[in-house]
Design a protein around this ligand. Structure first.
Ligand code: NAP
Length: 248
């Protein structure tokens, strides 16, 4: 028996990076997967085919996670196509790093909308079918930077810290309905988002990482799988750090 057999997972931003790895891991464990992207049309189509080839139902939706009306429409479309939503992974996110002196209001708003408002937007939608089913797992992608802060990442860190407060509040609000809500706080993971960190050699970052390397998207997908399946049935309101020890 696979860990997510017959479950329906909705994952935002699964055309690339961590979301892509989570979608693949979930499908390998038998989940039917609905996922979103914003601009990577070709990669999303390729991902849809890759997941379908595993024998599960998979569908890509172009949907801006920061747009409330789009989230409403997305949840309605997924309910129509898949019948339910058992697992929601709020993964879509961006960074617009800049020192505060140079950070424009537009940059601040863009990050808040894509990273934090997005989590409110979709969580508000998925709790409806989850409350009806009296079951659900919501997984939010925070960051080690949301726990510790980081120079030059004020907006990103604030959005990721906000996700932690939201996660704990939703866990408290909906625990009695058997809806769990947890966050993952990854460290530096090898994706497009962190590609620039390798300029001049990745090794310079390793002194701050006890495991002395960047993480792989699959290693975050393993944590997401744990939080999605019944192996974590008594875990809610938690922030699981998967950061090679960076947050110690
Ligand atoms: P990534 O490689 O840049 O991929 C981002 C994904 O999100 C893409 O699929 C992208 O879609 C999608 N996306 C971005 N904005 C969107 C929007 N407004 N609406 C819908 N989809 C949107 O990023 P990643 O490194 O995998 O990061 C995934 C999550 O983990 C983010 O929340 C990030 O903050 C968090 N995280 C990452 C790291 C890290 O080191 N990489 C560390 C801690 C936390 P398109 O392909 O269509 O653009």
């Amino acid at each position: 028996m696979k860990l997510l057999e017959n479950k329906v997972a909705l994952i935002t931003g699964a055309s690339r990076g961590i979301g892509e790895a989570i979608a693949l891991k979930f499908a390998q464990q038998g989940a039917n997967v609905a996922f979103t992207y914003l601009s990577s049309e070709e990669r999303a189509k390729a991902q849809e085919e890759k997941l379908s080839a595993l024998g599960v139902k998979a569908k890509a939706y172009k949907s801006d996670a920061g747009d409330y009306a789009a989230a409403e429409q997305l949840a309605a479309d997924v309910m129509k196509e898949f019948g339910t939503i058992d697992i929601c992974v709020n993964n879509a996110g961006i960074s617009r790093d800049n020192l505060l002196l140079r950070m424009t209001p537009e940059q601040w708003d863009e990050v808040m909308q894509a990273n934090l408002k997005s989590v409110y937007n979709l969580t508000k939608q998925v709790i409806k079918p989850m409350m009806k089913a009296r079951s659900g797992s919501i997984i939010n992608l925070s960051s080690v930077v949301g726990v510790k802060g980081n120079a030059g990442q004020g907006s990103y860190a604030a959005s990721k810290a906000g996700i932690i407060g939201f996660t704990k509040s939703i866990a408290a609000e909906l625990g009695s309905r058997n809806i769990r809500c947890n966050a993952i706080a990854p460290g530096f993971i090898e994706t497009d988002m962190t590609h620039y960190l390798k300029d001049g050699g990745a090794e310079k970052w390793f002194s701050g990482i006890p495991l002395a390397r960047f993480g792989k998207p699959e290693e975050i997908a393993d944590v997401a799988l744990f939080l999605a399946c019944d192996m974590s049935s008594y875990v809610t309101g938690q922030v699981i750090s998967a950061c090679g020890g960076m947050s110690m």
